[in-house]
Design a protein around this ligand. Structure first.
Ligand code: KG4
Ligand code: ZN
Length: 387
């Protein structure tokens, strides 16, 4: 198979991203334009603003990705774009642009599921290091993938036949995603948006055993974790993170922390790009302990359920990917626990854990080989499932 250079485009949420990847195994360029500054004053992503910012950024971001790669619009072998899941208006910007390019250039177009992209971020980077190949380290099946981000907390069994991949969902969150819980807790403590990275950094300064969260606050109410679903045979491992957010809120109210939070929110908002020192100087020890305890509860729950699924499905390899996979404590603890269980665990590097287009171009490569091209009438699917 000759080399294929695929231009990936990703606009599912608040990052406008484009990248060129060679044959699913080498990042040639990777450009991510973050809209965080636009959404920060609102404490979360505003869908209309996201679409508008994508419209502004898409052309320069794609041009830069091509220029950085030494490629042109005409030289790439295919254009890949995120079809979903994500914000419908945001997805539509990337899809319309990719369709226009593919039509004008007569280049094959490939529609990619964002969650498959997160899984392929791991494969791409391992291949880039020489792994998962005949000569390098083998990829041992069954592979279980935890995709843990702002919109998803999903467990998939990933299968490969020839170059093609397929996925079976064996668990997901019944309410909030893990990243959403990080974002909501940070917001309610006056720490701004996005919450994950700041909670991650502040947690190192708090006592994670100071505040106890009951297991019932992290349990989904409507289904047993090991219950059987109607969709397919086999145990399910579902998550639930709306209860812990409420528990943090109760703790705040019981301990009368609101006046200090309001003050912190105001003071941090006045600093254009607050640094860790600014956050630390606006947090008392009690707040740092609460943040660290919350993160610990999240990490323990994510790892506990994922490892239970590893055992139930006798997985040999575990992928942990998506924005929350950037979390330091989650990575360290997973590595320790996976070693104890005797399974291999892989994470993307931090920049490839959060949204990017290299993962979209990488996930498109098996479809390119199979000539699984999209027709011009496909559209954005906000709730697209991964199969
Ligand atoms: O994958 P991603 O960039 O976008 C989605 O597809 O959702 O994930 C973004 C999410 C946000 O909720 C953000 O707070 C969280 O990932 N996140 C983190 C960290 N970095 C980003 N959560 C915990 N620790 C981090 N270091
Ligand atoms: Zn994502």
């Amino acid at each position: 198979m000759p080399d294929a250079y695929i231009l990936g485009i990703e606009t599912s949420c608040d990052e406008t991203a484009a990248a060129v990847v060679r044959s699913g195994e080498q990042i040639v360029s990777n450009v991510v334009f973050s809209q965080i500054a636009t959404h920060q004053p609102y404490g979360g992503v505003v869908p209309e603003l996201a679409s508008r910012e994508h419209l502004r950024a898409i052309v320069p971001v794609v041009r830069k990705a091509l220029a950085d790669a030494g490629q042109t619009y005409r030289s790439v072998n295919a254009i890949a774009v995120t079809q979903g899941p994500g914000l419908a208006g945001a997805l539509m910007v990337g899809i319309s642009y990719a369709k226009a390019l593919a039509f004008a250039l007569e280049t094959p177009l490939i529609a990619v599921n964002h969650l498959e992209g997160h899984i392929h971020a791991v494969l791409l980077e391992e291949r880039q290091k020489g792994g998962f190949s005949d000569a390098g380290r083998k990829l041992n099946f069954p592979v279980l993938a935890l995709v843990v981000s702002g919109g998803h907390t999903h467990l998939y069994l990933a299968k490969q036949r020839g170059e093609s991949w397929s996925y079976q969902n064996i668990g997901h969150t019944r309410d909030d995603a893990a990243g959403e819980a990080f974002d909501k807790v940070a917001k309610l403590l006056g720490l701004g948006y996005p919450g994950g990275p700041i909670v991650d950094k502040l947690s190192a300064h708090g006592d994670s055993s100071a505040v106890k969260f009951a297991a019932s606050q992290l349990k989904n109410k409507d289904r047993n974790d090991r219950g059987r679903s109607n969709e397919y045979d086999g145990p399910r491992f579902d998550f639930s993170y709306s209860g812990i957010k409420t528990a943090v809120l109760r703790h705040v109210e019981t301990n009368n922390m609101q006046p200090a939070i309001a003050e912190r929110r105001k003071e941090l908002a006045a600093i254009p790009q607050p640094k860790l020192e600014n956050y630390l100087s606006h947090c008392d020890q009690h707040t740092l302990d609460l943040v660290a305890s919350f993160q610990r509860a999240m990490v323990e729950d994510l790892i506990g359920k994922t490892l239970a699924a590893v055992r139930a499905y006798d997985a040999a390899t575990l992928f942990v990917t998506g924005g929350v996979a950037a979390n330091q404590q989650l990575r360290q603890q997973f590595e320790k626990d996976a070693a104890r269980e005797g399974i291999e665990v892989y994470f993307p590097s931090r920049p490839l854990s959060t949204d990017n287009a290299a993962m979209i171009a990488a996930a498109a490569y098996p479809k390119f080989v199979a000539r699984d091209f999209a027709t011009m009438d496909f559209s954005a699917e906000a709730g697209l499932a991964l199969k």
